[in-house]
Design a binder for this molecule. Sequence first.
Ligand SMILES: O=C1O[C@H](COP(=O)(O)O)[C@@H](O)[C@H](O)[C@H]1O
Length: 223
Amino acid sequence: MTLIEYADRDMMAIDLANRLAGELNGILMHEERATLVVPGGTTPGPVFDVLCDVELDWDRVDVLLSDERWLPEDHPRSNTRLLRERLLKDRAAAARLVPLYMPKGSPEEAISTLEKELRPCLPISVALLGMGGDMHTASLFPRGDNLRLALDSHAPLLLPMRAEGLDEQRITLSARVLKEAINLHIVITGEDKKEAVLRAADLPPEEAPVKAVLGNATVHWAS
Ligand SMILES: O=C1O[C@H](COP(=O)(O)O)[C@@H](O)[C@H](O)[C@H]1O
């Protein structure tokens, strides 16, 4: 794991957004299309605010979430809603959204349809992930009902996930899909998350799921 500490959150948002754009551009120099994976939650908004207006061949970029809460897109907790409001606008409006949610049915019923759209977008060119204070990343939660399978090297691309204390069911990319990203970043803020990510480095992924991707990741932190 490489840890980069920034002077403040604004500096981190600017530097990180430009770095992600540079990596996508590098991929687009020799590939027809690039895939960008981004997290939901409360942390990535400022990065999206910068990234949405960088110059890039956005019409050659497929964008998808690392995980989604199984909620209608107009729900305040929908990660897709965050993506539409903060990233898929301005120049980035030309990017293609690869959905992780379908309005009808359960994650179990939707997975094979969603996987068909996802498969041609792999491997991920650039992944930006978040992390919770409990050391979950994407929706790979400690004590998640599908965590063991989601960490397996032969895991499916997508899994449904439930865990105690969660308000809703989740759908998540598996650890192996995230780990295979060509460029992998984690963005976190606050002293508690810095402590958590350092602690995770010494724990097994069953206890600290972020550990499954840490070896390949650059962690970006600001207080
Ligand atoms: O529920 C989620 O949590 C993590 C971390 O979110 P944050 O609010 O602590 O930044 C996020 O990375 C994930 O995509 C999201 O679904």
